[in-house]
Design a protein around this ligand. Structure first.
Ligand code: GDP
Length: 301
């Protein structure tokens, strides 16, 4: 992928937040097309669940779920929930705070109070198609913009696909300069290749829980079909050398458990035998270091 070598390439995680009904799901779907989701039985494993990835020539936008906002329906938020939401938001690279153009309610303000100081927040005034023209929109945007130190303010219509290009344009420079985390080609649909990565990722979170290093990502380096056998090479990419040890575990036990569980799920899902190898790579060596430090061949039963 040529983007890997481009030092100006941007890639980062983006949380879409806002009170219910402002159009968050519509916006995500409009930006990404197909929604991606792998359900997980353990709530904390969804902490950094990727809900969609948009790959563009200059940037890759990785949209992540923010558990907790679903519970904003009515009633005061409890403190633990606030903390959980804040913890997630603190770890993303950018936040899209969605409101309805022309309306700024108490419920919006409750969400606003949860927004992190450290992370850039873009105010997205959605449903611009219903806001009654610029003479009403502009004063509204000015008032809303004063409520927080937003990195940018963008009116859009998610339903009509209006101004989404502008939104992506202001979002890109807020993301860190780094190569794409996901292989663009595998994200065009819910391909087996993509599902394979999600399965490895899900096992990683399920089996390591809080020990999953921040920033860990899964890539599929090889996906070959040989008759009914699928030969899959997956890499767990981490930021630091010591993170690698956390994923590998004592004597390779953790990595092996992740790989075995992932292989079983893949065989069920794909309906055939899977030969799965899972490697751990350190991101610093993304382009140069293709030799995995630890290699575990998982024999298929
Ligand atoms: P969420 O609860 O924030 O995820 O909101 P949804 O995406 O489910 O949207 C709530 C409602 O707003 C749905 O009926 C959408 O069709 C509608 N909606 C979303 N975006 C727009 C928009 O840009 N314009 C209009 N008119 N309606 C929209």
């Amino acid at each position: 992928m040529s983007a890997v070598a481009d030092p100006a390439y941007r890639c980062g995680t983006v949380a879409i937040v806002g009170r219910p009904n402002v159009g968050k799901s519509t916006l995500l779907n409009a930006l990404v097309g197909q929604k991606v989701s792998i359900t997980s039985r353990k709530p904390q494993t969804t902490r950094h669940r990727v809900t969609g990835v948009l790959t563009r020539p200059g940037a890759q936008y990785v949209f992540v779920d923010t558990p907790g906002f679903q519970s904003l329906h009515g009633g005061p938020l409890n403190r633990a929930l606030n903390r959980a939401v804040r913890a997630v938001l603190d770890e993303v690279d950018a936040v899209l705070f969605v409101i309805e153009a022309g309306r700024f309610e108490d419920a919006d303000r409750s969400v606003l109070r949860l927004l992190p100081q450290r992370v850039p927040v873009v105010l997205v005034a959605n449903k611009s198609d219903r806001s009654g023209g610029p003479e009403r929109m502009l004063p509204f945007l000015r008032t809303a913009a004063a409520a927080f130190e937003f990195a940018a303010v963008v009116p859009v219509s998610a339903a009509r696909g209006r101004n989404l290009g502008e939104l992506l344009k202001v979002l890109a420079p807020l993301l860190p300069a780094q190569p794409p985390l996901f292989d663009a080609e595998m994200l065009t649909d819910r391909s087996e290749r993509f599902l394979a990565a999600e399965i490895v990722r899900e096992k990683l979170f399920r089996l390591l829980g809080d020990e999953v290093p921040y920033g860990a990502a899964v890539t599929i380096d090889q996906f070959r079909e040989e008759g009914r056998l699928r030969r899959i090479h997956a890499a767990i990419v981490v930021d630091k050398e010591n993170h690698k040890a956390m994923v590998v575990g004592k004597g390779g036990a953790k990595l092996k458990a992740v790989a075995s569980a992932a292989r079983r799920d893949m065989e069920k899902l794909f309906g055939g035998k899977v030969f799965l190898e899972v490697w751990v790579k350190v991101r610093g060596g993304w382009t140069e270091d293709t030799t995995a430090m630890r290699r575990l061949g998982i024999e298929h039963a």
